[in-house]
Design a protein around this ligand. Structure first.
Ligand code: SF4
Ligand code: SF4
Length: 456
């Protein structure tokens, strides 16, 4: 069994609340969906529909430029607003609001290829691009860019079935319920990259998932193998997964392609299969709705843009004592101040806490135990980074390689002093970026002044 990355922690996985519950379809579907024009890494899309337009499921409603992926209508109905709305990344984002006509009318733009197995690599990449597929584990990097940029460099295709964040079980359920689609998507990736096989890495707390995948691989003779992994957070981090599977380390600041790897999430793999075989773009998402604040935790599939309040209502509502709502897992997710945000392509979980999950203390204090250093999977020294950020020592912060921090939360989880380490590093990274931008602007101004002097 593989597992060989540095550091990490062992949080209680808290998956029992939903890991035996089949994925349910949200019912009734939402009366309105609010589709943000940014659900991917890169610049936001531009809406290509207008208020009053009638749109159908799978119709393109947002176009990208540069690095990005298009966005599609997830229900049929009338566009009733295009305006800034709250979204899970914080602040507001231009969103297309569609009033659902409950007809689920599919757009003529959604066309299945005559013979998916006869498609060339270029044709498959074009389908992936047009389907708006992004890293659906939360990274949201455009998948067509990852594939086209990796061809010729990538020798190991990895499907990320680690699902190491506590509470989240959507990928595990997909392994049991959508096994053929995962294996089919992985096989298309093998074809696109021109490699001999894809490797699915799965933590060994999903034994029935591993069995289900192996069964379909044997039945279909697919060029895919499953590698069981020891449970250790953050096993599902791209770099950690690459290291656990190949034994090679992605260099600091580098991408998995630097060691010949490309990593795809389970849901991304399913989306690739659906787009290539049916032409349907990304219009829905499976979300784990869990945590002590949720009356009846479930895995729910819903249209992209569904207000998360509808998900909580479908799960029996929130307990009165709920004090925290998180989009994503408890380690890397983002706390939300409202349930008025929509489900996006990268939303894997909505958690609500009502018990003793929030281990904050009045005066967080570092006792210099060094446990954060042992836990950091990228060999950073969180205690010093914290001190530098707090004291405004930005140069030292940069020299401590804060930009390599993957915000995994392992240090914050293990810290007995309850320091707000991850949050501090998010802010610290922004400060380093701001300082670099200032330096660049000053250098450019000096260069311009010098040029002007020479001309005079
Ligand atoms: S784990 Fe917390 S208390 Fe221990 S050295 Fe790191 S920051 Fe300090
Ligand atoms: S949050 Fe950053 S510093 Fe903390 S353990 Fe993860 S990578 Fe290391």
């Amino acid at each position: 069994m593989a597992q060989a990355f540095f550091g990490g922690v062992h949080p209680n996985d808290m998956k029992a609340a939903t890991n035996e519950k089949a994925i349910e379809q949200l019912s009734p579907p939402p009366a309105q969906v609010v589709i943000p024009m940014s659900m991917h890494f890169g610049a936001p899309c531009t809406p290509i529909v207008s208020v009053g337009d009638y749109v159908k499921v799978g119709q393109k409603i947002g176009e990208f430029k540069g690095l990005g992926a298009p966005i599609h209508a997830s229900v049929s109905g009338k566009v009733v607003a295009i305006e800034p709305r709250p979204y899970s990344m914080g602040g507001n984002m231009t969103s297309v609001v569609i009033e659902n006509d409950y007809q689920n009318t599919v757009s003529e733009e959604v066309k299945a290829p005559a013979d998916p197995n006869a498609l060339t690599t270029e044709e498959m990449i074009e389908i992936v691009k047009n389907a708006g597929i992004v890293g659906m584990g939360g990274a949201t990097f455009p998948t067509h860019v990852k594939i086209s940029g990796g061809i010729g460099q990538v020798t190991t295709v990895i499907i990320n079935g680690a699902e190491c964040e506590p509470y989240i079980t959507g990928d595990h359920r997909a392994m049991l319920e959508r096994t053929e689609e995962i294996i089919g998507g992985a096989s298309y990736l093998v074809k696109m990259f021109g490699v001999d096989k894809a490797i699915i890495g799965v933590e060994d707390n999903k034994k029935n998932g591993i069995d289900a995948l192996n069964r379909v691989i044997a039945e279909t003779k697919a060029p895919v193998i499953v590698v069981p992994l020891h449970c250790r957070y953050p096993q599902g981090g791209e770099k950690q997964l690459c290291q656990a599977i190949t034994g090679k380390q992605v260099p600091p600041g580098g991408l998995p392609s630097a060691i010949g790897c490309a990593v795809f999430n389970i849901n991304t793999t399913i989306a690739i299969f659906r787009a290539i075989t049916t032409g349907m773009p990304v219009v829905s998402k499976v979300v784990t709705v869990s945590g002590s604040g949720v009356i009846e935790p479930k895995n729910v599939e819903c249209p992209i843009g569904t207000p998360v309040s509808c998900l909580f209502d479908y799960c029996g509502g929130l307990k009165d004592e709920t004090f925290k709502i998180i989009a994503g897992g408890p380690m890397m997710g983002m706390a939300q101040y409202t349930c008025d945000i929509p489900v996006a392509k990268g939303t894997g979980a909505m958690l609500a806490f009502a018990a003793d999950e929030d281990k904050t203390v009045e005066n967080p204090t570092c006792i210099r135990c060094g446990r954060c250093v042992e836990a950091c999977p990228v060999h950073l020294e969180p205690l010093y980074m914290y001190m530098y950020e707090q004291k405004g020592m930005i140069e030292e912060l940069e020299a401590a390689n804060i930009m390599d921090c993957m915000e995994c939360g392992a240090c914050a989880y293990i810290c007995p002093g309850r320091l707000h380490l991850t949050q501090t590093f998010k802010t610290g990274k922004q400060k380093v970026k701001d300082a670099a931008a200032k330096r660049k602007a000053a250098a450019e101004a000096a260069k311009a002044a010098e040029a002007a002097k020479k001309e005079a």
